[in-house]
Ligand binder design. Structure first.
Ligand SMILES: [Zn+2]
Length: 473
Protein backbone atom coordinates (compact mmCIF):
# COMPACT_ATOMS: atom_id res chain seq x y z
CA UNK A 1 0.00 0.00 0.00
CA UNK A 2 1.31 3.43 -0.89
CA UNK A 3 2.53 5.67 1.92
CA UNK A 4 0.11 8.43 2.79
CA UNK A 5 1.53 11.93 2.93
CA UNK A 6 0.40 15.36 4.04
CA UNK A 7 0.82 18.26 1.63
CA UNK A 8 1.42 21.51 3.49
CA UNK A 9 1.00 24.90 1.79
CA UNK A 10 1.24 28.41 3.12
CA UNK A 11 1.26 31.85 1.53
CA UNK A 12 4.24 33.90 2.45
CA UNK A 13 4.75 37.63 1.97
CA UNK A 14 6.72 37.48 -1.28
CA UNK A 15 4.70 34.69 -2.88
CA UNK A 16 2.33 36.88 -4.83
CA UNK A 17 5.10 38.53 -6.81
CA UNK A 18 6.59 35.12 -7.59
CA UNK A 19 3.24 33.76 -8.73
CA UNK A 20 3.69 31.07 -6.12
CA UNK A 21 0.10 30.97 -4.90
CA UNK A 22 -1.27 28.19 -2.79
CA UNK A 23 -2.68 26.50 -5.88
CA UNK A 24 0.71 26.24 -7.54
CA UNK A 25 2.42 25.09 -4.35
CA UNK A 26 -0.20 22.39 -4.04
CA UNK A 27 0.10 21.24 -7.65
CA UNK A 28 3.88 21.01 -7.42
CA UNK A 29 3.68 19.09 -4.15
CA UNK A 30 1.10 16.69 -5.53
CA UNK A 31 3.24 16.04 -8.58
CA UNK A 32 6.25 15.37 -6.37
CA UNK A 33 4.30 12.96 -4.17
CA UNK A 34 3.12 11.20 -7.32
CA UNK A 35 6.69 10.82 -8.56
CA UNK A 36 7.70 9.24 -5.28
CA UNK A 37 4.75 6.86 -5.39
CA UNK A 38 3.10 8.42 -2.31
CA UNK A 39 -0.62 8.99 -1.93
CA UNK A 40 -1.65 12.48 -0.85
CA UNK A 41 -3.93 11.87 2.14
CA UNK A 42 -4.73 15.46 2.85
CA UNK A 43 -3.89 19.08 1.99
CA UNK A 44 -3.15 21.35 4.93
CA UNK A 45 -3.37 25.00 4.03
CA UNK A 46 -2.61 27.95 6.29
CA UNK A 47 -3.30 31.45 5.08
CA UNK A 48 -1.22 33.54 7.43
CA UNK A 49 1.37 35.74 5.81
CA UNK A 50 4.08 35.34 8.34
CA UNK A 51 5.39 32.21 10.01
CA UNK A 52 8.18 33.98 11.83
CA UNK A 53 5.98 36.04 14.10
CA UNK A 54 5.84 34.10 17.30
CA UNK A 55 2.22 34.70 18.14
CA UNK A 56 0.79 33.66 14.79
CA UNK A 57 -1.10 30.41 15.17
CA UNK A 58 -1.19 28.07 12.24
CA UNK A 59 -4.19 25.79 12.84
CA UNK A 60 -3.54 23.55 9.84
CA UNK A 61 0.12 23.14 10.76
CA UNK A 62 -0.97 22.06 14.25
CA UNK A 63 -3.50 19.66 12.78
CA UNK A 64 -0.84 18.21 10.51
CA UNK A 65 1.54 17.62 13.44
CA UNK A 66 -1.13 15.79 15.38
CA UNK A 67 -2.14 13.70 12.36
CA UNK A 68 1.50 12.80 11.81
CA UNK A 69 1.85 11.86 15.48
CA UNK A 70 -1.33 9.79 15.32
CA UNK A 71 -0.05 7.91 12.31
CA UNK A 72 -2.82 9.15 10.02
CA UNK A 73 -0.15 10.30 7.57
CA UNK A 74 3.34 8.86 7.06
CA UNK A 75 5.13 11.99 5.99
CA UNK A 76 5.10 15.56 4.75
CA UNK A 77 5.52 17.20 1.36
CA UNK A 78 5.90 20.97 1.19
CA UNK A 79 7.15 23.48 -1.35
CA UNK A 80 10.20 24.34 0.70
CA UNK A 81 11.31 24.53 4.30
CA UNK A 82 10.45 28.21 4.50
CA UNK A 83 6.75 27.54 3.92
CA UNK A 84 6.75 24.71 6.43
CA UNK A 85 8.58 26.12 9.43
CA UNK A 86 10.28 29.39 10.17
CA UNK A 87 10.23 29.19 13.94
CA UNK A 88 12.87 26.92 15.48
CA UNK A 89 10.16 25.85 17.93
CA UNK A 90 7.94 24.57 15.08
CA UNK A 91 10.84 22.89 13.32
CA UNK A 92 11.86 21.04 16.49
CA UNK A 93 8.36 19.69 17.01
CA UNK A 94 8.42 18.34 13.48
CA UNK A 95 11.93 16.89 13.92
CA UNK A 96 10.82 15.15 17.13
CA UNK A 97 8.21 13.27 15.14
CA UNK A 98 10.82 12.18 12.58
CA UNK A 99 13.21 11.11 15.35
CA UNK A 100 10.47 9.12 16.99
CA UNK A 101 9.67 7.06 13.91
CA UNK A 102 12.33 6.53 11.26
CA UNK A 103 9.98 5.27 8.57
CA UNK A 104 8.38 8.69 8.05
CA UNK A 105 9.05 10.27 4.68
CA UNK A 106 9.74 13.88 3.74
CA UNK A 107 10.20 15.90 0.57
CA UNK A 108 10.21 19.49 -0.66
CA UNK A 109 9.69 20.65 -4.23
CA UNK A 110 12.88 22.72 -4.16
CA UNK A 111 14.68 19.77 -2.55
CA UNK A 112 16.32 22.19 -0.13
CA UNK A 113 16.31 19.86 2.82
CA UNK A 114 15.27 16.36 3.94
CA UNK A 115 14.04 15.95 7.49
CA UNK A 116 14.10 12.19 6.94
CA UNK A 117 17.88 12.14 7.45
CA UNK A 118 20.08 13.27 10.35
CA UNK A 119 22.15 15.53 8.08
CA UNK A 120 19.00 17.03 6.67
CA UNK A 121 17.76 17.90 10.14
CA UNK A 122 21.01 19.65 11.02
CA UNK A 123 20.79 21.56 7.73
CA UNK A 124 17.18 22.51 8.45
CA UNK A 125 18.08 23.87 11.89
CA UNK A 126 20.76 26.08 10.37
CA UNK A 127 18.43 27.31 7.63
CA UNK A 128 15.63 28.14 10.05
CA UNK A 129 18.01 29.90 12.41
CA UNK A 130 19.20 32.14 9.56
CA UNK A 131 15.76 32.76 8.06
CA UNK A 132 14.52 33.65 11.50
CA UNK A 133 17.35 36.07 12.07
CA UNK A 134 16.87 37.95 8.79
CA UNK A 135 13.12 38.19 9.37
CA UNK A 136 13.75 39.56 12.83
CA UNK A 137 16.26 42.05 11.46
CA UNK A 138 13.85 43.25 8.79
CA UNK A 139 11.05 43.51 11.30
CA UNK A 140 13.25 45.42 13.76
CA UNK A 141 14.38 47.84 11.05
CA UNK A 142 10.79 48.64 10.16
CA UNK A 143 9.85 49.07 13.80
CA UNK A 144 12.76 51.43 14.42
CA UNK A 145 11.68 53.54 11.45
CA UNK A 146 8.13 53.71 12.78
CA UNK A 147 9.30 54.67 16.24
CA UNK A 148 11.54 57.38 14.81
CA UNK A 149 8.61 58.91 12.90
CA UNK A 150 6.42 58.64 16.00
CA UNK A 151 8.97 60.49 18.13
CA UNK A 152 8.95 63.30 15.61
CA UNK A 153 5.18 63.52 15.99
CA UNK A 154 4.51 62.52 12.36
CA UNK A 155 1.14 60.91 11.58
CA UNK A 156 1.45 57.15 11.31
CA UNK A 157 0.90 57.03 7.57
CA UNK A 158 -2.36 55.09 7.58
CA UNK A 159 -5.62 56.51 6.25
CA UNK A 160 -6.66 59.69 8.05
CA UNK A 161 -8.99 58.98 11.00
CA UNK A 162 -12.53 60.36 11.09
CA UNK A 163 -12.30 64.02 12.11
CA UNK A 164 -9.42 64.96 9.84
CA UNK A 165 -9.00 65.60 6.15
CA UNK A 166 -7.12 63.24 3.87
CA UNK A 167 -3.72 64.70 4.77
CA UNK A 168 -4.30 63.50 8.35
CA UNK A 169 -3.31 66.95 9.63
CA UNK A 170 -6.08 69.42 8.86
CA UNK A 171 -9.29 69.15 10.89
CA UNK A 172 -12.43 68.22 8.93
CA UNK A 173 -14.64 70.88 10.52
CA UNK A 174 -17.96 69.07 10.04
CA UNK A 175 -16.73 65.69 11.27
CA UNK A 176 -15.00 67.31 14.24
CA UNK A 177 -18.29 68.94 15.19
CA UNK A 178 -20.04 65.53 15.15
CA UNK A 179 -17.32 64.08 17.37
CA UNK A 180 -17.62 66.92 19.87
CA UNK A 181 -21.42 66.64 19.91
CA UNK A 182 -21.22 62.88 20.54
CA UNK A 183 -18.72 63.44 23.33
CA UNK A 184 -21.16 65.85 24.94
CA UNK A 185 -23.89 63.19 24.79
CA UNK A 186 -21.50 60.67 26.32
CA UNK A 187 -20.72 63.04 29.18
CA UNK A 188 -24.47 63.50 29.65
CA UNK A 189 -24.91 59.74 30.19
CA UNK A 190 -25.80 58.50 26.70
CA UNK A 191 -24.34 55.07 25.89
CA UNK A 192 -21.86 54.51 23.07
CA UNK A 193 -24.28 51.96 21.58
CA UNK A 194 -26.91 54.68 21.20
CA UNK A 195 -24.44 57.04 19.59
CA UNK A 196 -23.37 54.26 17.28
CA UNK A 197 -26.94 53.59 16.16
CA UNK A 198 -27.50 57.29 15.60
CA UNK A 199 -24.28 57.70 13.62
CA UNK A 200 -25.01 54.65 11.56
CA UNK A 201 -28.45 55.99 10.69
CA UNK A 202 -27.03 59.36 9.70
CA UNK A 203 -24.04 57.91 7.88
CA UNK A 204 -21.50 59.54 10.17
CA UNK A 205 -18.14 58.34 11.36
CA UNK A 206 -17.09 56.52 8.22
CA UNK A 207 -13.45 57.06 7.52
CA UNK A 208 -13.91 55.58 4.05
CA UNK A 209 -16.54 55.66 1.35
CA UNK A 210 -18.90 52.73 1.04
CA UNK A 211 -18.49 51.58 4.62
CA UNK A 212 -21.93 50.95 6.04
CA UNK A 213 -21.37 49.16 9.33
CA UNK A 214 -19.96 50.89 12.32
CA UNK A 215 -18.59 48.55 14.97
CA UNK A 216 -18.99 49.55 18.58
CA UNK A 217 -15.28 49.57 19.35
CA UNK A 218 -14.63 51.86 16.39
CA UNK A 219 -17.07 54.46 17.72
CA UNK A 220 -15.48 54.20 21.14
CA UNK A 221 -12.09 54.68 19.54
CA UNK A 222 -13.23 57.71 17.54
CA UNK A 223 -14.46 59.40 20.71
CA UNK A 224 -11.48 58.54 22.93
CA UNK A 225 -8.53 58.54 20.53
CA UNK A 226 -5.54 60.33 22.18
CA UNK A 227 -4.97 61.90 18.77
CA UNK A 228 -7.99 64.13 19.46
CA UNK A 229 -5.95 66.19 21.91
CA UNK A 230 -2.74 65.93 19.89
CA UNK A 231 -1.10 62.97 21.66
CA UNK A 232 0.95 60.73 19.39
CA UNK A 233 0.46 57.02 20.05
CA UNK A 234 2.80 54.21 19.25
CA UNK A 235 1.59 50.60 19.30
CA UNK A 236 -1.59 51.68 21.01
CA UNK A 237 0.02 53.66 23.80
CA UNK A 238 0.67 57.33 24.26
CA UNK A 239 4.28 57.90 23.33
CA UNK A 240 6.37 59.75 25.88
CA UNK A 241 9.39 61.88 25.03
CA UNK A 242 12.65 61.57 26.94
CA UNK A 243 11.48 64.13 29.49
CA UNK A 244 8.38 62.01 30.24
CA UNK A 245 5.83 64.30 28.60
CA UNK A 246 3.59 63.03 25.78
CA UNK A 247 4.90 63.52 22.26
CA UNK A 248 2.66 66.01 20.47
CA UNK A 249 1.69 65.23 16.89
CA UNK A 250 1.98 67.59 13.94
CA UNK A 251 -1.79 67.73 13.35
CA UNK A 252 -4.57 70.11 14.40
CA UNK A 253 -6.42 69.14 17.58
CA UNK A 254 -10.12 68.56 18.06
CA UNK A 255 -10.11 68.40 21.91
CA UNK A 256 -8.18 70.07 24.65
CA UNK A 257 -6.41 67.62 26.96
CA UNK A 258 -9.06 68.31 29.66
CA UNK A 259 -11.97 67.58 27.32
CA UNK A 260 -10.38 64.36 26.09
CA UNK A 261 -9.56 63.16 29.60
CA UNK A 262 -13.15 63.71 30.74
CA UNK A 263 -14.50 61.55 27.88
CA UNK A 264 -11.98 58.79 28.61
CA UNK A 265 -12.93 58.85 32.30
CA UNK A 266 -16.61 58.32 31.47
CA UNK A 267 -15.86 55.38 29.20
CA UNK A 268 -13.50 53.78 31.73
CA UNK A 269 -16.09 54.17 34.49
CA UNK A 270 -18.74 52.39 32.43
CA UNK A 271 -16.39 49.54 31.67
CA UNK A 272 -15.88 49.04 35.38
CA UNK A 273 -19.60 48.99 35.84
CA UNK A 274 -20.22 46.41 33.12
CA UNK A 275 -17.17 44.20 33.18
CA UNK A 276 -16.87 41.28 30.82
CA UNK A 277 -18.19 43.16 27.83
CA UNK A 278 -14.74 43.70 26.46
CA UNK A 279 -13.28 40.35 27.50
CA UNK A 280 -11.80 38.68 24.47
CA UNK A 281 -13.40 35.35 23.79
CA UNK A 282 -12.62 32.67 21.28
CA UNK A 283 -15.34 31.47 18.99
CA UNK A 284 -15.50 28.01 17.48
CA UNK A 285 -15.92 29.09 13.88
CA UNK A 286 -13.75 32.20 13.88
CA UNK A 287 -11.58 31.89 10.80
CA UNK A 288 -13.56 28.85 9.61
CA UNK A 289 -16.83 30.63 8.86
CA UNK A 290 -16.91 32.74 5.72
CA UNK A 291 -19.36 35.29 4.41
CA UNK A 292 -21.66 33.82 1.76
CA UNK A 293 -21.59 37.11 -0.16
CA UNK A 294 -17.99 38.30 -0.15
CA UNK A 295 -16.30 35.10 1.12
CA UNK A 296 -14.09 36.90 3.59
CA UNK A 297 -13.44 35.23 6.92
CA UNK A 298 -15.99 35.88 9.62
CA UNK A 299 -15.16 36.27 13.29
CA UNK A 300 -17.36 35.91 16.30
CA UNK A 301 -18.19 38.93 18.38
CA UNK A 302 -20.27 39.73 21.41
CA UNK A 303 -23.70 41.16 20.80
CA UNK A 304 -24.53 43.58 23.55
CA UNK A 305 -27.79 42.69 25.21
CA UNK A 306 -30.59 45.17 24.57
CA UNK A 307 -31.20 45.26 28.27
CA UNK A 308 -27.93 46.37 29.90
CA UNK A 309 -28.74 44.44 33.09
CA UNK A 310 -28.98 41.15 31.23
CA UNK A 311 -25.97 38.97 31.95
CA UNK A 312 -26.26 36.54 29.07
CA UNK A 313 -24.40 38.28 26.28
CA UNK A 314 -25.05 36.55 22.99
CA UNK A 315 -22.48 36.33 20.28
CA UNK A 316 -22.79 36.42 16.55
CA UNK A 317 -20.75 35.71 13.48
CA UNK A 318 -20.47 38.92 11.54
CA UNK A 319 -18.89 39.79 8.25
CA UNK A 320 -16.93 42.80 9.34
CA UNK A 321 -15.84 45.78 7.29
CA UNK A 322 -13.04 46.19 9.80
CA UNK A 323 -11.58 42.93 8.49
CA UNK A 324 -12.13 43.88 4.88
CA UNK A 325 -15.51 42.19 4.43
CA UNK A 326 -18.78 43.51 3.01
CA UNK A 327 -20.44 43.75 6.43
CA UNK A 328 -23.74 42.46 5.10
CA UNK A 329 -23.98 39.05 6.73
CA UNK A 330 -24.49 38.33 10.41
CA UNK A 331 -25.96 35.39 12.29
CA UNK A 332 -26.49 34.63 15.96
CA UNK A 333 -23.65 32.28 16.81
CA UNK A 334 -25.03 29.58 19.13
CA UNK A 335 -27.31 27.78 16.65
CA UNK A 336 -24.65 27.97 13.93
CA UNK A 337 -22.08 26.29 16.21
CA UNK A 338 -24.53 23.59 17.23
CA UNK A 339 -25.55 22.87 13.67
CA UNK A 340 -21.96 22.66 12.41
CA UNK A 341 -20.86 20.46 15.33
CA UNK A 342 -23.69 18.03 14.68
CA UNK A 343 -22.82 17.88 10.96
CA UNK A 344 -19.17 17.22 11.68
CA UNK A 345 -19.87 14.58 14.33
CA UNK A 346 -22.26 12.79 11.99
CA UNK A 347 -19.71 12.83 9.19
CA UNK A 348 -16.94 11.57 11.43
CA UNK A 349 -19.16 8.80 12.78
CA UNK A 350 -19.91 7.76 9.23
CA UNK A 351 -16.24 7.80 8.39
CA UNK A 352 -15.46 5.74 11.49
CA UNK A 353 -18.14 3.23 10.49
CA UNK A 354 -16.50 2.99 7.05
CA UNK A 355 -13.19 2.35 8.76
CA UNK A 356 -14.68 -0.53 10.74
CA UNK A 357 -15.61 -2.28 7.52
CA UNK A 358 -11.99 -1.99 6.42
CA UNK A 359 -10.86 -3.21 9.81
CA UNK A 360 -12.60 -6.53 9.27
CA UNK A 361 -10.00 -7.02 6.58
CA UNK A 362 -7.23 -8.61 8.63
CA UNK A 363 -3.56 -7.87 8.66
CA UNK A 364 -2.18 -8.94 5.25
CA UNK A 365 0.73 -11.07 6.48
CA UNK A 366 -1.10 -13.16 9.07
CA UNK A 367 -0.74 -16.39 7.09
CA UNK A 368 3.00 -15.87 6.52
CA UNK A 369 3.54 -15.44 10.23
CA UNK A 370 1.58 -18.62 10.93
CA UNK A 371 3.70 -20.49 8.36
CA UNK A 372 6.96 -19.23 9.83
CA UNK A 373 5.89 -20.14 13.36
CA UNK A 374 4.86 -23.60 12.18
CA UNK A 375 8.25 -24.09 10.44
CA UNK A 376 10.06 -23.18 13.63
CA UNK A 377 7.93 -25.57 15.70
CA UNK A 378 8.36 -28.38 13.13
CA UNK A 379 12.14 -27.99 12.98
CA UNK A 380 12.48 -27.88 16.75
CA UNK A 381 10.28 -30.97 16.99
CA UNK A 382 12.33 -32.73 14.31
CA UNK A 383 15.57 -31.99 16.15
CA UNK A 384 14.06 -33.32 19.37
CA UNK A 385 13.02 -36.48 17.55
CA UNK A 386 16.56 -36.62 16.14
CA UNK A 387 15.23 -36.51 12.57
CA UNK A 388 17.66 -33.62 11.90
CA UNK A 389 20.89 -32.73 13.71
CA UNK A 390 21.07 -29.86 16.18
CA UNK A 391 23.66 -28.23 13.95
CA UNK A 392 21.22 -28.22 11.02
CA UNK A 393 18.57 -26.79 13.31
CA UNK A 394 20.87 -23.99 14.41
CA UNK A 395 21.70 -23.13 10.82
CA UNK A 396 18.05 -22.86 9.82
CA UNK A 397 16.60 -21.30 12.93
CA UNK A 398 18.11 -17.73 13.00
CA UNK A 399 16.62 -16.64 9.63
CA UNK A 400 13.22 -17.98 10.55
CA UNK A 401 13.28 -16.36 13.98
CA UNK A 402 14.33 -13.01 12.48
CA UNK A 403 11.45 -13.16 9.99
CA UNK A 404 9.04 -14.11 12.78
CA UNK A 405 10.13 -11.13 14.90
CA UNK A 406 9.85 -8.74 11.93
CA UNK A 407 6.36 -9.94 11.21
CA UNK A 408 5.27 -9.63 14.84
CA UNK A 409 6.56 -6.09 14.97
CA UNK A 410 4.69 -5.29 11.77
CA UNK A 411 1.51 -6.75 13.21
CA UNK A 412 1.92 -4.63 16.32
CA UNK A 413 2.29 -1.46 14.26
CA UNK A 414 -0.73 -2.43 12.20
CA UNK A 415 -3.06 -2.78 15.18
CA UNK A 416 -1.66 0.31 16.87
CA UNK A 417 -2.39 2.46 13.81
CA UNK A 418 -5.87 1.01 13.66
CA UNK A 419 -6.59 1.84 17.28
CA UNK A 420 -5.26 5.35 16.87
CA UNK A 421 -7.56 5.95 13.93
CA UNK A 422 -10.48 4.77 16.02
CA UNK A 423 -9.44 6.94 18.98
CA UNK A 424 -9.56 10.07 16.84
CA UNK A 425 -13.34 10.04 16.80
CA UNK A 426 -15.44 12.01 19.25
CA UNK A 427 -18.88 10.56 19.52
CA UNK A 428 -21.25 12.85 21.32
CA UNK A 429 -21.84 16.56 21.62
CA UNK A 430 -20.88 16.30 25.31
CA UNK A 431 -17.51 14.71 24.40
CA UNK A 432 -16.97 17.47 21.90
CA UNK A 433 -17.84 20.37 24.17
CA UNK A 434 -15.39 19.43 26.92
CA UNK A 435 -12.45 19.60 24.51
CA UNK A 436 -10.31 22.75 24.44
CA UNK A 437 -11.39 25.10 21.66
CA UNK A 438 -8.22 24.48 19.64
CA UNK A 439 -8.99 20.76 19.52
CA UNK A 440 -12.62 21.46 18.66
CA UNK A 441 -11.50 23.60 15.75
CA UNK A 442 -9.05 20.93 14.63
CA UNK A 443 -11.87 18.37 14.58
CA UNK A 444 -14.07 20.71 12.55
CA UNK A 445 -11.22 21.33 10.13
CA UNK A 446 -10.79 17.60 9.75
CA UNK A 447 -14.13 17.42 7.99
CA UNK A 448 -14.71 20.93 6.70
CA UNK A 449 -12.48 23.44 5.01
CA UNK A 450 -14.97 26.26 5.59
CA UNK A 451 -18.53 27.11 6.54
CA UNK A 452 -20.34 29.61 4.35
CA UNK A 453 -22.93 31.76 6.07
CA UNK A 454 -25.46 33.08 3.57
CA UNK A 455 -27.43 36.27 4.15
CA UNK A 456 -30.85 35.88 5.73
CA UNK A 457 -33.77 37.83 4.34
CA UNK A 458 -35.04 40.88 6.16
CA UNK A 459 -37.01 40.24 9.29
CA UNK A 460 -36.24 36.54 9.28
CA UNK A 461 -35.78 35.63 12.93
CA UNK A 462 -35.74 31.87 13.07
CA UNK A 463 -32.46 30.03 12.55
CA UNK A 464 -32.44 28.46 9.09
CA UNK A 465 -29.85 25.70 8.63
CA UNK A 466 -30.25 25.90 4.86
CA UNK A 467 -28.35 29.19 4.99
CA UNK A 468 -25.34 27.51 6.60
CA UNK A 469 -23.35 25.77 3.90
CA UNK A 470 -20.62 23.35 4.95
CA UNK A 471 -17.67 23.02 2.55
CA UNK A 472 -16.55 19.42 2.96
CA UNK A 473 -12.96 18.43 2.50
ZN1 LIG B 1 -19.30 39.76 3.51
Amino acid sequence: MALKVAVYTRISRDDEGDGLGVARQREDCERLADLRGWAVAKIYQDNDVSAYKRNVRRPEFELMLSDLADGLVDGVVSYDLDRLARQPKDLERLIDLYDERKRRVFATVTNDVNLGTADGRTMARVMVAFANKSSHDASRRIQRKHLELARQGKPNGGPAPYGWQKDGRTVDVVAAEHIRAAQQLLLAGVRIGTIRTDWQRRGLGHPREGVTRLPHHLVERMLTNPRLCGYRTYRGEILLADDGTPVIGEWERINTVEEWEAVCAVVAERKQKYPGHSLARKYLLSGIARCGLCHSKIRGQVVRPRNPDSVAAKFSYQCSVVNGGCGKVARVGGPVDEFVISLVLAEQRERAAGATVEEVEPWANASELADVEKDIADLTQAAKAKEITVSTLLQLLPDLERRRDELKLERGRFSKARQQTAALGVDSLEDFLVLPIERQQALILHSLSAVLIHPAGRGRRKFDPRLIEPVWR
